[in-house]
Design a protein around this ligand. Structure first.
Ligand SMILES: [Zn+2]
Length: 162
């Protein structure tokens, strides 16, 4: 069993008026548009969940939460993340740190960095200092969508010598 495993995840959603924008479990109230999605469209939590699954080679969240299923309509992405965290733990690993990059043209998210990092840390059982949050714009290349990329490092659960 490897002492560490690294995971990578990516997610994007199209933006449209009249929908909330939720990132890392935090609603961005001043966003003029929100994510079009079958679930709540939280691109941060989707990318983190995919990164967790990728670290233990379990595929992606589409396999566990298909967007064709009525059951998953407007699903709270924290439920998706919790399930993926359980799958990782069952394989003997826990997150050690996570780094995420959000690409969004509007609004600027700098003032929400602490809140997003804190929320993601809580959901993953990490310290605030173990969650890196970066914000980029697309420089107008992709103004109609939000995109998130995430790397995660897992360590073996203490005392598990399997
Ligand atoms: Zn998504």
């Amino acid at each position: 069993m490897l002492p560490y495993r690294i995971g990578f995840g990516e997610d994007a959603h199209r933006l449209e008026g009249g929908r909330p924008l939720i990132l890392g479990g935090v609603e961005i109230e001043d966003a003029p548009r929100g994510a079009v999605a079958h679930s709540d469209g939280d691109a941060v939590l989707h990318a983190v969940a995919d990164a967790l699954l990728s670290a233990v080679a379990l595929g992606d969240i589409g396999q566990y939460f298909p967007d064709t299923s009525e059951e998953n309509r407007d699903l709270d992405s924290r439920v998706i993340l919790a399930r993926c965290l359980t799958l990782v733990r069952e394989r003997g690993y826990v997150p050690a740190n996570v780094a995420l990059v959000v690409t969004l043209d509007r609004p600027k998210l700098g003032s929400r960095r602490t809140e997003i990092a804190r929320r993601v840390a809580e959901l993953l059982g990490l310290a605030f200092s173990e969650v890196g949050v970066s914000f980029k714009t697309s420089e107008g290349l992709a103004p109609d969508h939000v995109q998130v990329r995430v790397t995660v490092l897992l360590t073996r659960v203490q005392g598990d010598d399997a």
